[in-house]
Ligand binder design. Structure first.
Ligand SMILES: *Cc1c(COP(=O)(O)O)cnc(C)c1O
Length: 228
C-alpha cells in the first residue's frame, strides 16, 4: 500500500527534512493516491509530462506543489515558469538567467537550488565547487540581474554505487560547502538559503545524516519505473 510506504518514510524523516515524491513516469492516479495519503510535494523531471500532469490536477488539488528535479532545457523554462514551486537542478548561468527572465514575465520570483556536481559520472550535471562559488559571487555583485530568482540552497546527486563510504564522503562535502556559503557573507538573502536537496531511494538515509532538508524519493513510494 502506498499510504503505508509513505507513512514509513515520513516516520524516518527528521523534522527539518521534507519529502519530495518523485512521480516521473507514473500516472496521475498514482499522484492522487499519494496526495490522499497526505503527500503534497511532487518532483518531475520532464517538462511536457509535468505540464500535462499540472493541467490535469491543479484545478482539483490546489495545494499540490510541483518541483522540477531533472535536466531543464532553457527553451522549455517558459512552460513551467507560471506555476513551478522550486527548480532543484540549476546547473548553468545560462539556465539561471532564463529562469530569471521567465519569472519576471510571470511577475513572480522562482525559488531555485544550484546543483553541485560531486558524482563520478560525467553524465550528471551541476557546477564544480569553483564554478559554484564564482556564480555566488556574481549574484552577490549583480543582485538586480537575478531579482526574480530566489536562491534557496543546493542540490546534488551522489555517485550511483554500492560504496557507502564514497556516497557518505560526497554528501558530507556538499554539506560543508553549504555551510560555508551560508556563512560567507556573499548571500544577498541568507535567511532564504535553507535547503539541501540530496538523497534518493538508494541513499536517502545517508543524505539525512548529512543534513538533507529535501529528499527526492521515487521508487520507494511508487515502485519501479518502467524505463530510465
Ligand atoms: C528520478 C530521480 C529521483 C528519484 O529516484 P529514485 O531512485 O526512484 O528514488 C531523484 N532525483 C532525481 C534528480 C531524479 O531524476
Amino acid at each position: 500500500m502506498m499510504e503505508e510506504r509513505i507513512e514509513e518514510i515520513l516516520s524516518y524523516l527528521p523534522e527539518q527534512t521534507r519529502l519530495v515524491a518523485v512521480s516521473k513516469y507514473h500516472p496521475t492516479e498514482a499522484i492522487i493516491e499519494a496526495y490522499e495519503a497526505g503527500q503534497r510535494i511532487f518532483g518531475e523531471s520532464r517538462v511536457q509530462e509535468l505540464v500535462g500532469k499540472y493541467e490535469e490536477l491543479s484545478g482539483a488539488y490546489l495545494d499540490l506543489s510541483w518541483h522540477f528535479i531533472g535536466h531543464l532545457q532553457t527553451n522549455k523554462v517558459k512552460y513551467i515558469a507560471p506555476f513551478i514551486d522550486m527548480i532543484h537542478s540549476v546547473g548553468s548561468l545560462k539556465l539561471l538567467e532564463v529562469i530569471n527572465k521567465e519569472a519576471e514575465k510571470n511577475k513572480r520570483q522562482i525559488p531555485i537550488l544550484l546543483e553541485l556536481h560531486v558524482a563520478q559520472e560525467e553524465t550528471k550535471g551541476g557546477f564544480t565547487q569553483e564554478e559554484l562559488m564564482e556564480l555566488i559571487r556574481l549574484m552577490h555583485n549583480e543582485p538586480e540581474r537575478f531579482a526574480h530568482i530566489r536562491l534557496e540552497g543546493l542540490m546534488t546527486m551522489a555517485t550511483n554505487t554500492d560504496d557507502q563510504a564514497l556516497i557518505q564522503q560526497e554528501f558530507a562535502s556538499v554539506k560543508v560547502l553549504f555551510d560555508e556559503i551560508k556563512s560567507s557573507g556573499l548571500l544577498n538573502e541568507p535567511e532564504h538559503f535553507t535547503e539541501l536537496s540530496m538523497g534518493m531511494t538508494g541513499d536517502y538515509q545517508l543524505a539525512i545524516q548529512n543534513g538533507a532538508t529535501l529528499v527526492r524519493l521515487g521508487s520507494a513510494i511508487f515502485g519501479e519505473r518502467s524505463y530510465d
